[in-house]
Design a protein around this ligand. Structure first.
Ligand SMILES: NC(=O)c1ccc[n+]([C@@H]2O[C@H](COP(=O)([O-])OP(=O)(O)OC[C@H]3O[C@@H](n4cnc5c(N)ncnc54)[C@H](OP(=O)(O)O)[C@@H]3O)[C@@H](O)[C@H]2O)c1
Length: 241
């Protein structure tokens, strides 16, 4: 049975991706900090085999927990999706520094350390790694979130180079504004909703399934010659080159 690990699989984009893989009949391992949220997703996907791992991936111990919770056998698909902005920023230089570091830990360190932990477990050949960056990396921004998501692109390309000889394919998706997630607010929407929608060429916000379907494709046989790439999925809010 195909085994898929999705971080941040309890909500938003990660939940939508976990659902697509579960519908394929894969064993899906979803990771996040809130047990209740993960359990609810797992219950909703039954009879699919969905395992939940409660772990804070901003800590090295979180990666160790995921590794310890995995049954024997290879990981076929690994989606580094957990992340988000820091809502607890304090004023002053110390507040800026703390928030910047926390944001790097949540978005970049988390992906890098868990990938390092799982790397020996990835299926050879054939494993697919999909990293979730952001349109922020394309637009630029003087903040920790943009730095983390831009850093993720270079890191991901290096991973693709490292994995190529073993048949491990690594790609990145860079979503634009996606509603029905907890990214901006538990309500699922940004306070800048109208402006963000107006930025798109298609006149609507993205929904988690818009991103999940590309992640799913990148894990499919049809994507067997795609590695080291970045996929901008943003309704045309930032044009590709
Ligand atoms: N929504 C957008 O407009 C948008 C745009 C561009 C990029 N993205 C990226 O897309 C990815 C998914 O976000 P989303 O939009 O689906 O928002 P979301 O609903 O907030 O999902 C983020 C998930 O990551 C988990 N998570 C956060 N910090 C974690 C940590 N330290 N350890 C383990 N899990 C953690 C959260 O679960 P817990 O809180 O339970 O841990 C949550 O399930 C993120 O990387 C985000 O940066 C989103």
């Amino acid at each position: 049975m195909t085994r898929v690990v999705v971080t941040g699989g309890g909500t938003g984009i990660g939940r939508a991706a976990a659902r697509l893989f579960a519908l394929d009949g894969a064993e899906v391992v979803i990771v996040g900090r809130r047990a209740g949220v993960l359990e609810e997703v797992a219950a909703g996907l039954r009879p699919a085999t969905v395992r939940t791992v409660v772990a804070d991936l901003a800590e090295t111990a979180g990666a160790e927990r995921v590794l310890a919770a995995l049954p024997d056998g290879p990981v076929d698909v690994f989606v580094n999706n957990a992340g988000g902005v820091d809502r607890a920023k304090q004023p002053g230089l110390a507040g800026y520094a703390e928030s910047f570091r926390r944001t790097l830990d949540t978005n970049l360190f988390s992906a890098a350390v868990l990938t390092e932990a799982l790397w020996p477990r990835l299926a050879r050949p054939g494993a697919r790694v999909v990293n979730v960056s952001s349109v922020a990396a394309r637009r630029g921004g003087a903040d920790g979130y943009t730095a983390a998501k831009a850093g993720m692109i270079g890191w991901s390309q290096g991973l693709a180079r490292k994995g190529g000889p073993d048949g491990i394919l690594v790609n990145t998706v860079a979503p634009g504004y996606v509603e029905d997630t907890e990214f901006f607010d538990p309500s699922g929407r940004s306070v800048r909703h109208d402006a963000l929608v107006a930025d798109t060429l298609l006149g609507r916000a993205g929904v988690p399934g818009d991103i999940a379907s590309v992640i799913h494709f990148l894990a499919s046989p049809g994507a067997a010659w795609i590695t080291g790439q970045v996929f901008d999925i943003n309704g045309g809010s930032v044009l590709g080159r």
